[in-house]
Write a protein that binds this ligand. Structure first.
Ligand code: SF4
Length: 212
């Protein structure tokens, strides 16, 4: 399939998912950029639902970068324990807050290059911040997105950085961030891992997997 055709297909998939899931909200709960950064760091190897149970108490104790920068490691660990990998995550949250203050004046940066310098922040988190906080074109290469883009035949790799790069080239930039949220919703509701419900899928007639 040529690039142009693949791009047309990506645009069609995007339109259909936008119609199927009009509310493309991030499922993490937060009230400012710093909190989204914290919640996203916690969500690695953990469900968003679990993170949302933990963050209210965490944000009550450490509402911003300056409070988090001075936090007691043991106390942060205790608050986030149920998210798993709590030692590394707690260390990252404190280091991240300290770097935000020291280098960025307490403000969450708005470029991928600056964001991925923060301790524990990878491309996935950085893209989420760019898209959801700053409204910039972003592709969050989450496990659902990687799986679904592969099944559809939009990408032929599972490497997150490559999926991100290839979808960036295929998707309309103004919709790419919401597209990723919609893939998460679709991946939970219909295109479930290892048991996709293709009979109920709005993409079935244009999906490569469906026609294997
Ligand atoms: S047709 Fe099946 S495999 Fe393809 S996107 Fe839909 S649910 Fe997933």
């Amino acid at each position: 399939m040529g690039m142009n055709t693949l791009q047309n297909k990506a645009h069609e998939v995007e339109r259909r998912l936008r119609a199927a899931y009009p509310d493309a909200l991030c499922s993490l709960q937060y009230s400012d950029p710093f909190q989204l950064l914290v919640a996203t760091r916690l969500s690695a190897q953990c469900t968003d639902a679990r993170v949302n149970l933990v963050t209210p108490a965490l944000f009550a104790a450490y509402p911003d970068a300056s409070r988090m920068a001075e936090a007691d490691l043991g106390h942060v660990e205790e608050l986030i324990r149920s998210c798993g990998f709590y030692h590394t995550k707690a260390r990252n949250l404190i280091d991240m807050a300290q770097m935000l203050l020291a280098v960025y004046g307490g403000r969450v940066p708005d470029t991928l290059e600056d964001l991925i310098r923060l301790p524990g922040v990878g491309r996935k988190t950085a893209n989420l911040i760019l898209g959801d906080v700053y409204g910039l074109p972003a592709v969050v290469a989450d496990t659902h997105l990687i799986r679904i883009a592969g099944l559809l035949g939009l990408v032929h790799t599972k490497d997150p950085a490559k999926v991100e790069q290839q979808l960036r080239a295929l998707l309309p930039p103004e919709h790419s961030n919401d597209f990723c949220h919609r893939c998460v919703l679709h991946g939970r509701a219909v295109c479930v891992a290892r048991r996709p419900r293709c009979a109920n899928c709005v993409l079935a007639d244009i999906c490569d997997f469906r026609f294997q």
